[in-house]
Design a binder for this molecule. Structure first.
Ligand SMILES: Nc1ncnc2c1ncn2[C@@H]1O[C@H](COP(=O)(O)OP(=O)(O)O)[C@@H](O)[C@H]1O
Ligand SMILES: [Mg+2]
Length: 273
């Protein structure tokens, strides 16, 4: 579990990026941070692995104050995936994926074999292993980014708009495979997006941020759609569109009921998301 208690970040120029944040991020689930540009999502994410240090408050990872852990040690247990995948241009795909295991002194052959397995898991053809990042499409590069983060097998993954740079059809495919993969690996994932549809699709819990780095609401997708906490959240959900989304999730549940499942099963399914 990751916790934020009264956490604020004021940059040296005086910008308050995050303002008194309280948040509990459960282990083994996908928690989404969503909100418009500049509302403090990236800053919040980077305070977890200390790429940015909070100016106030306490952040804990599995009960330990991150301030008491030196950053390299902390980051060994926390993978980081960013929008442009951040691949090394002069390394082949397989060596990009094996970067961390190789750094940690794993045997080269073993690391490459494991990297090839990961390629398959994220839906990349093994034939791409010897290519260089520039020879891959944007969607393929994002998959490499995810595979590389998984190669180090960290219990926690921070993902900052990992699917934003690809077109909508590719993005849908990446999201679907990401959910399938998470079912297997059950990492603690903190996922940043500005896209509310992506948040609703991927999030077990969703933290909606508003400008000024304030948490507007923290809830499950269904709760969020059914009862937006304020006018900002309602607008961000998109008014009528938000209501249509809710109706859609309710219809799915009604279908489940009709197919003879108990309410518990439906609740379990909701909890599984
Ligand atoms: N290094 C920095 N120095 C000063 N201000 C920053 C810095 N990084 C981000 N900010 C500001 O902090 C606010 C939050 O930024 P950020 O966390 O990147 O938001 P988001 O990821 O939601 O777009 C913005 O106003 C941004 O301009
Ligand atoms: Mg950002």
């Amino acid at each position: 579990m990751i916790t934020f208690e009264g956490v604020s970040k004021r940059y040296p120029d005086g910008t308050v990026a995050v303002d008194h944040l309280d948040l509990e991020i459960p282990a083994g689930r996908i928690t989404v941070l969503v909100g418009p540009s500049g509302c403090g999502k990236t800053t919040t994410l980077r305070m977890i692995n200390r790429m940015v240090d909070a100016t106030d408050g306490t952040i804990t990872v599995d009960g330990r104050n991150v301030r008491d852990v030196d950053p390299p040690t902390l980051r060994r247990g926390i993978g980081y995936v960013i929008q442009q995948a951040g691949l090394f241009p002069h390394r082949t795909i397989v060596d990009n994926i094996a970067t961390v295991p190789l750094l940690l002194g794993r045997n080269k052959k073993e690391a490459r074999t494991h990297a090839l397995e990961l390629m398959e898991r994220v839906g990349l053809d093994a034939a791409l292993a010897k290519r260089y990042p520039v020879q891959l499409s944007g969607g393929q590069q994002q998959r490499v980014g995810v595979a590389r983060a998984l190669a180090a097998d960290p219990p926690i993954l921070l993902m900052d708009e990992p699917f934003s740079a690809v077109d909508p059809v590719v993005r849908t495919g990446l999201q679907d495979e990401f959910l399938r993969l998470q079912d297997e690996v059950e990492k603690t994932i903190v996922f940043v997006t500005h896209d509310i549809d992506e948040a609703v699709k991927l999030g077990h819990r969703i933290a909606v941020f508003q400008v000024g780095g304030k948490l507007a609401q923290y809830a499950s997708p269904d709760e969020l759609l059914a009862a937006p906490a304020n006018a900002f959240v309602r607008d961000f959900l998109g008014g009528d569109k938000g209501i249509r989304r809710l109706r859609f999730t309710q219809e799915l549940e009604a279908e489940d009921d009709a197919s003879g499942q108990t309410a518990d099963t439906v609740a379990d399914k909701a909890a599984d998301r």
